[in-house]
Design a protein around this ligand. Structure first.
Ligand SMILES: [Zn+2]
Length: 254
């Protein structure tokens, strides 16, 4: 008998299939990453087409197949339509979605990861000018959900003041205990990371950060995630091409 399941899921990637169909990659809280064939949705007349788009959080009824689920019906739970207003927001949103995709697996519940991504996308619709800050918050909090967050302390284990973050060890350390993966960080940069990791998610997402600190921490956290996840999604390169050089510095006048 064909199994019918209902779930809400965020569509993190879409690929065309034939003239009218699309294969959706989505993340569901209970089912983790799923692949769904959505027949006919490339036609705007199709009743499911609005809920079968990229970055759409949809309430889906699915039929289980041998390899893919088939989309029976879908309704938009949250469309994040304002993300389409600027090329920057689209690029940040696409990167957040593909990072979520790269950290989830079929059959493994992903409620926490999904909740973080949805909250970050929501914050991005509210403060599109704060993409660089939201990226940092999302990356650090995702590392935390995955059990990979760096341990930030004013003191190294030896008691000397921390001056570096060891990417490999995932903790701050002094000059005597640094390793080849260590990156020098200022007190303020460590304080920003600590704030992002320890505050309520909502506070972190609406945090007004000094832009120069965010600009400096961006590449450090990318390097950190890349080290621990193996690689970062290609959408990061796209995002970097969209954002003009130096824009991080003038982007967030609030
Ligand atoms: Zn030390």
């Amino acid at each position: 008998m064909e199994q019918i399941v209902r779930t809400k899921a965020l569509i993190v990637r879409t690929a065309n299939s034939g003239d009218n169909d699309r294969v959706l990659t989505a993340v569901s809280p209970e089912m983790g990453k799923i692949s769904v064939i959505a027949k006919g949705v490339k036609s705007l007349k199709n009743k499911n087409s609005a809920a079968a788009g990229m970055m759409c959080y949809s309430d889906m009824v699915l039929k289980e197949g041998r390899e893919l689920y088939s989309l029976m019906s879908a309704e938009v739970a949250e469309g994040f339509y304002h993300l389409r207003d600027t090329a920057e927001s689209v690029a940040y949103g696409a990167y957040f979605c593909s990072l979520l995709e790269s950290c989830t697996e079929p059959g493994i519940p992903a409620g926490e990861e999904l909740r973080l991504c949805l909250n970050t996308l929501f914050a991005l619709t509210r403060r599109p000018e704060a993409g660089a800050t939201l990226k940092l918050v999302y990356e650090l909090r995702l590392a935390e959900v995955l059990g990979l967050a760096p341990y930030i302390s004013e003191e190294c284990q030896c008691g000397s003041p921390s001056e570096y973050l060891s990417v490999a060890e995932g903790e701050t350390c002094c000059a005597a205990h640094k390793d080849p993966t260590s990156v020098r960080l200022s007190r303020n940069e460590m304080a920003v990371m600590d704030y992002i990791l320890t505050s309520e998610l909502k506070e972190a997402l609406f945090f007004n950060s000094p832009p120069q600190l965010i600009a400096r921490l961006g590449p450090v956290i990318e390097r950190y995630l890349e080290y621990h996840l193996g690689r970062l999604p290609k959408t990061l390169e796209y995002l970097k091409n969209i954002i003009p050089k130096g824009k991080f510095r003038t982007f967030e006048k609030e």
